[in-house]
Design a protein around this ligand. Structure first.
Ligand SMILES: [Zn+2]
Length: 96
């Protein structure tokens, strides 16, 4: 698979647009989300937390495009998804 990376480009703060040049911590190398349990070997990418010197936001460095991470088979359900509140309501009713 051809993945587009942003390696070599100074990332910008998504909140204020300031250059992110201060590294907070390096977590090492990780596979993309939802790829850890696959039988096939997946590439690993560095995972780093940066600090915005302007607004103090602490984002992770985005090395891959969002479309390369959150594809159609990405199994993430936000709390805003309709089935989740319904499921939590059912769980709450059986617990009380
Ligand atoms: Zn900022």
């Amino acid at each position: 698979m051809d993945l587009s990376t942003t390696a070599g480009i100074i990332p910008r703060c998504r909140h204020c647009g300031h250059d992110l040049t201060l590294k907070l911590i390096n977590f090492g190398a990780f596979a993309r989300a939802e790829r850890l349990c696959r039988a096939k070997a997946e590439p690993f990418y560095p995972l780093e937390a940066l600090v915005c010197r302007q607004c103090r936001l602490v984002p992770t460095r985005d090395l891959l495009a969002a479309t390369d991470i959150f594809r159609a088979d990405y199994a993430y359900f936000s709390s805003g998804a309709v089935p989740l509140p319904a499921g939590f309501g059912w769980l709450f009713r059986i617990m009380v």
